[in-house]
Design a protein around this ligand. Structure first.
Ligand code: AMP
Length: 565
C-alpha cells in the first residue's frame, strides 16, 4: 500500500501530514508554508491557482476567486465561472489535488490514499461530499474522522484513562466546540456547538475598522470605500493581530494608503494588546455561549472535564485562552501547533490504518452498510459502511399494502443493492399499526450502534407510538476477507442489482396506480371511458404478472393517462 496521508481540509486553511519514521510530519507546500489557504482562483487565461498564490491575487480578481467552499459542501450550490459550473466537491477536489501533489513531491512517491477530517456536526451528505471530493482528486478516502477526535489523537489523550475532554476550535472563519468522551479506547463526540460564521477574519475586520476610523479622523478619507486600500488595511490588521499574540504592542504602518488632492496619506499608529482586546471582546464572548451549550448538552460540568484542547490559529490569541480558562476552570492544553493538530491526528489515524503505527487507538467504524429490506427485496441502507461508531440514525418508512397493521423489519448488512446478496442479521415484527391506506403510516426505524459495535434496531409507529426492537451482536464478527468479498461482490453485481431495483421500483409504482384504478368511481364514467380503463387495467395486471420493468412502467404510464382523463 502506498503511504496514507492525513488531511485537515479546512474552511480557511488546509494542512496535510504523514507518518515518517514513526512520527507525524507536517508536509510543507512548495513555498515552504505548513498550511495551505483553502482558496481557488480561476485566471482569465484558463489557468487555475490554488493556495497561497490564489489568496495573494484575490484582491485583484475577487469575482473569480473561491473562498470557504467547505461551507457549501453537501449543498446544491454551484460556482459559475466562464460559463462552467462547479460543484463544491469539485472545488474542494482542487485543494485536495494540490495537497496530494505537495505530499507526492515531499515523499517522492505517488500518494493514493488519505484520511480526511470533517467537523463533528457534518451531516451524512456533507461527509459524502467530502468523500466525493477525495475521489475527484484521485484519492481513495479510507476514513473520514471528526476534527475534534483527530485533535484528541494528536494530543495523545486517547491513551489515558477514561475522561471527558473539550476541544475548542477557533479557525479563520468558523468556530466550534465539542465535548468528547474517551473510554476504553473509543472516542465519542458527546456534543458539539458553534458558529460557522465566526473566526479570525472577524478579528481582522474589527481591527481594520478601528484603523479605518483612526485614518478617517486624521485625513477625512475612509479607506473602506476603496477596495484596494481596505484590503491593504485588512492585511495589516491581521499582521498586527498575529504580532499581538506574542508582544504587548505593535506598530501599524501603511505608507501611501490613499491620496488626498495628489498628496499621499500614510497610516501610522501603535496598537496595544489592551486596545486589541477591547475591540475583539464581543467576538470572544460570542464563543462562550456555545461552550456552555456544549457542556450542557453533554451533561458535564467544568469540574468533570479533564482537559481542554485548543485547535485553530485564532486560539493563539491570549485573550481567547484566558476566556476559555475562565469558563472551564482549566488551563487549556497547549504544546501542539493549533493549526496543525487536526492534520497530525488524521495522519496518526492513517498510520494506524496502514499498519505503520502501533499501540494507538483505531477509531472503530462499521465495516459494512446496515439497513433494512423494503418492497421487492430492495436494500435500504441506514448506516453506511465506514461510519465511525458509536452512531445513531433514523429513517422513516411506510406500508406497502392497504390497511396493513403490522410490518416485518428485516435487518441486513452488506453492500449489495438487493437484500438477497446481503447478510440477514435479524428480524422482528411491529404490530398494531393504525389501519390506513398504503403509504400513509409513518414508521420510524432507528439504528443505533454502540461503542462496542452492538446494533440496536427500533421500529416505531409515529401515530400510535407503538414500538418494537431488537439487539444484534453479530455485526463485529465479520472477517476482513468477508468484508472485502462483500465490497467486491457489490461492485461485480452492481449492474444486476440495478436491474432488480428497477424491477422492484416499477412493480411498486405499478401497484400504486392499480390501486388508484380500483378505487376510481366507475359510475361517473361514460361507456367509452370505462372500456379504456378496463383495457388499461388488464394490461397493467398482465405486466405485473411478468418481470419486465419496462413493460410495468409503460402500463403504469398508460393507466395514469387514462385516470387523468
Ligand atoms: P486556521 O483556520 O486554524 O488555519 O486559523 C487561521 C486563523 O488563525 C487566521 O484568522 C489567522 O489570522 C489566525 N492566526 C494565525 N496565527 C495567529 C496568531 N499567532 N495569533 C492570532 N491569530 C492567528
Amino acid at each position: 500500500m502506498s503511504r496514507l496521508i492525513g488531511i485537515d481540509l479546512g474552511t480557511t486553511n488546509s494542512c496535510v501530514a504523514v507518518m515518517d519514521g514513526g512520527s507525524s510530519v507536517v508536509i510543507p507546500s512548495e513555498t515552504g508554508a505548513r498550511t495551505t489557504p483553502s482558496v481557488v482562483a480561476f485566471m482569465k487565461d484558463g489557468t487555475r491557482l490554488v493556495g497561497e498564490a490564489a489568496r495573494r491575487q484575490a484582491v485583484l480578481n475577487p469575482a473569480r476567486t473561491v473562498y470557504s467552499i467547505k461551507r457549501e459542501m453537501g449543498s446544491n450550490t454551484r460556482i459559475k465561472i466562464d460559463g462552467k459550473s462547479y460543484s463544491p466537491p469539485e472545488i474542494s477536489a482542487m485543494i485536495l489535488s494540490k495537497l496530494k501533489t505537495d505530499a507526492e513531491n515531499y515523499l517522492g512517491e505517488p500518494v493514493t490514499d488519505a484520511v480526511i477530517t470533517v467537523p463533528a456536526y457534518f451531516t451524512d451528505s456533507q461527509r459524502q461530499a467530502t468523500r466525493d471530493a477525495g475521489t475527484i482528486a484521485g484519492l481513495n478516502v479510507v476514513r473520514i474522522v471528526n476534527e475534534p477526535t483527530a485533535a484528541a489523537l494528536a494530543y495523545g489523550v486517547d491513551k489515558e484513562q477514561s475522561q471527558k475532554v473539550m476541544v475548542y476550535d477557533l479557525g479563520g472563519g468558523t468556530f466550534d466546540v465539542s465535548v468528547l468522551d474517551i473510554q476504553g479506547g473509543v472516542i465519542e463526540v458527546l456534543a458539539t456547538a458553534g458558529n460557522n460564521r465566526l473566526g479570525g477574519d472577524d478579528f481582522d475586520k474589527a481591527v481594520a475598522d478601528y484603523l479605518a476610523e483612526e485614518f478617517k479622523r486624521t485625513y477625512r478619507l475612509d479607506p473602506r470605500k476603496d477596495q484596494t486600500a481596505f484590503s491593504r488595511l485588512r492585511e495589516a490588521a491581521e499582521q498586527a493581530k498575529i504580532e499581538l499574540s506574542s508582544v504587548s504592542e505593535t506598530h501599524v504602518s501603511i505608507p501611501f494608503l490613499m491620496q488626498k488632492r495628489g498628496t499621499p496619506c500614510h497610516l501610522d499608529l501603535t496598537l496595544t494588546r489592551e486596545k486589541f482586546d477591547e475591540l475583539t471582546r464581543p467576538l470572544i464572548e460570542a464563543t462562550l455561549g456555545p461552550v456552555r451549550q456544549a457542556m450542557d448538552d453533554a451533561k458535564v460540568t467544568p469540574a468533570a472535564l479533564s482537559k481542554v484542547l485548543l485547535v485553530g490559529g485564532s486560539t493563539r490569541i491570549p485573550a481567547v485562552q484566558e476566556a476559555v480558562k475562565a469558563v472551564t476552570g482549566k488551563e487549556p492544553f497547549k504544546g501542539i501547533n493549533p493549526d496543525e493538530c487536526v492534520a497530525i491526528g488524521a495522519s496518526l489515524q492513517a498510520g494506524v490504518l496502514a499498519g505503520a503505527v502501533h499501540g494507538l487507538l483505531l477509531l472503530d467504524v462499521t465495516p459494512l452498510t446496515l439497513g433494512i429490506e423494503t418492497m421487492g427485496g430492495v436494500f435500504s441502507p441506514i448506516i453506511s459502511r465506514n461510519t465511525t461508531i458509536p452512531v445513531k440514525k433514523t429513517a422513516v418508512y411506510t406500508t406497502a399494502a392497504n390497511f396493513q397493521t403490522s410490518v416485518e423489519i428485516k435487518v441486513f448488512q452488506g453492500e449489495r443493492q438487493m437484500t438477497r446478496g446481503n447478510k440477514l442479521l435479524g428480524n422482528f415484527r411491529l404490530n398494531g399499526i393504525t389501519r390506513a391506506p398504503r403509504g400513509v403510516p409513518q414508521i420510524e426505524v432507528t439504528f443505533e450502534i454502540d461503542a462496542s459495535g452492538i446494533v440496536h434496531v427500533t421500529a416505531r409507529d409515529q401515530a400510535t407510538g407503538r414500538a418494537q426492537d431488537i439487539t444484534i451482536t453479530a455485526s463485529g464478527n465479520l472477517s476482513q476477507a468477508e468484508i472485502d468479498r462483500a465490497v467486491a461482490d457489490a461492485r461485480a453485481y452492481a449492474g444486476e442489482d440495478r436491474l432488480r431495483r428497477r424491477q422492484a421500483a416499477a412493480r411498486d409504482a405499478a401497484e400504486a396506480v392499480l390501486y388508484k384504478a380500483e378505487a376510481a368511481d366507475r359510475k361517473s364514467m361514460s361507456r367509452e371511458e370505462k372500456k379504456r380503463l378496463d383495457e388499461a387495467e388488464k394490461r397493467l395486471r398482465k405486466a405485473l404478472r411478468g418481470k419486465d420493468a419496462g413493460e410495468m412502467e409503460q402500463a403504469a404510464e398508460e393507466m395514469k393517462a387514462v385516470l387523468q382523463r
